[in-house]
Design a binder for this molecule. Structure first.
Ligand code: AMP
Ligand code: MG
Length: 407
């Protein structure tokens, strides 16, 4: 049986980044930039005012005070979005708005608060200005021709804003991995349908779809294959659009646990058990030329194995560098009892408190108890040899939905 580290290494070895694609900016949120973006224009594009006020020649304001203001003739209004009509002459000022271009010849902006209206078309400057005051010079953010974004950059709201400021409406980014999910189990009916005796609702379907979206993937297809080996094989073969295949259930050692057999027929099993709790039976391999995970059926096992094994694979396919889950150190808030054995991952709430993280594990610990996930944003890690942990212990907790390069 593999340790979690060995299983994660194996997964990383068999998945690689997908090709890049041009996409509209908003589609690229959270995606990884594929090539460098060079600024075609400087930012700011032209010298402009950082404040509402009056553009002046700084020398005209020397020694201005409230008692002895400098009176300047106001020659024009310069709103944002319109070029000034005149060059600035000594003894004049232009009323100017934030973001408006600085008139030629002006070298400072006096903020409104440091002025007062003077008689007939004049303004009184109450404080001296220095050259450069309240002016945002062209190119101070980035010069034309400079590299604005380098390949590998994760595109968040700020980076997308920068691309827009540079006039780009599309970006070349690694495309999102497309995932197909096949749920198994003759006992399952879809929510909204009628329950027959012995049946339960299919909850892994939506939990996995949501997990895929949160990990930056998108759904290609979602199917159900009862407990029928041929049906499962047929379903997997039909997922032509998918970059990664996921099944849930049918992967332990029960009589109906046929996922491994199908996986072996369609490709190559790399592992099928990992030393972890919950989720020991979890298969990984390549099938039909794509990575395939056979996740366990128990709802908590499904979520935990997704987070620890599938999400890293999706991040790798998305071109991210640090794909493994983000782990932080925290102080445990309540005692945890258990028998030593496999490394355990317990649903938990981690939060920042005073000067560090604290973690509260869920009381519920069954691998089918979905209420243990309510509010949980993390997985408390209980080391294999641990016989339990005490409140106050320093422990590791894995932040759900985050890779190492997200903090
Ligand atoms: P299995 O590995 O197929 O024996 O499934 C283990 C447990 O998980 C059983 O109790 C199943 O009923 C349950 N299970 C399997 N698939 C799902 C699913 N899609 N939604 C909810 N429970 C499931
Ligand atoms: Mg089953």
């Amino acid at each position: 049986m593999l340790t979690m580290e060995q299983a994660q290494d194996t997964v990383m070895e068999f998945v690689s980044p997908l090709p890049a694609k041009r996409m509209p900016l908003l589609r690229a949120l959270g995606c990884v930039l594929a090539g460098p973006v060079v600024a075609g224009i400087p930012l700011p594009l032209f010298d402009n005012s950082a404040m509402d006020g009056f553009a002046v020649i700084a020398d005209d304001t020397l020694a201005a005070t409230t008692e002895a203001p400098r009176r300047l003739e106001v020659t024009e209004d310069v709103p944002a979005g319109a070029p000034p009509e005149r060059a600035m002459r000594p003894g004049t000022a232009a009323r100017i708005m934030t973001g408006a271009p600085i008139p030629i010849g002006a070298d400072a902006v006096v903020i409104v608060e440091n002025t007062r209206p003077g008689p007939s078309g004049t303004v009184e400057i109450l404080r001296p200005a220095k050259a450069g005051d309240n002016i945002r010079p062209a190119g101070e953010d980035i010069a034309a021709g400079a590299v604005a974004l380098s390949p590998g950059q994760i595109l968040g709201p700020g980076e997308l804003g920068l691309l827009s400021a540079l006039g780009k409406s599309e970006v070349n980014a690694i495309r999102r991995p497309r995932v197909a999910i096949v749920t198994t189990g003759a006992e399952l009916v879809e929510p909204g349908e009628e329950l027959r005796p012995g049946a339960i609702y299919n909850s892994n379907r939506v939990a996995l779809e949501a997990s895929v979206l949160r990990a930056g993937g998108e759904m290609a297809q979602c199917m159900h294959a009862s407990d029928d080996e041929a049906m499962l094989e047929e379903a997997l073969r039909s997922c032509r659009e998918a970059d990664l295949l996921l099944t849930t259930g049918g992967v332990s050692v029960g009589e109906y646990d046929f996922v491994k057999r199908v996986l072996a027929r369609l490709g190559d099993i790399k592992f099928w058990r990992v030393l972890m709790k919950p989720g020991k039976p979890v298969a990984f391999g390549t099938a039909l030329g794509r990575p395939l995970f056979g996740l366990p059926g128990n709802p908590i096992s499904t979520l935990v194995t997704f987070e620890l094994l599938v999400a890293p694979a999706l991040r790798r396919m998305s071109g991210r560098r640090e794909c493994l889950p983000l782990t932080v150190q925290a102080t445990l808030l309540s005692d945890v009892r258990r028998r030593p054995g496999r490394r355990e991952y317990r649903q938990a709430i981690t939060r920042y408190c005073d000067n560090g993280y604290v973690v509260q594990p869920s009381e519920k610990r069954g691998s089918a108890m979905l209420t243990s996930t309510v509010g949980a944003n993390s997985l408390l890690v209980i080391p294999e040899e641990s016989e339990g942990m005490r409140a106050g212990d320093r422990v590791s907790t894995i932040v759900l939905g985050h890779g190492g390069d997200e903090l």
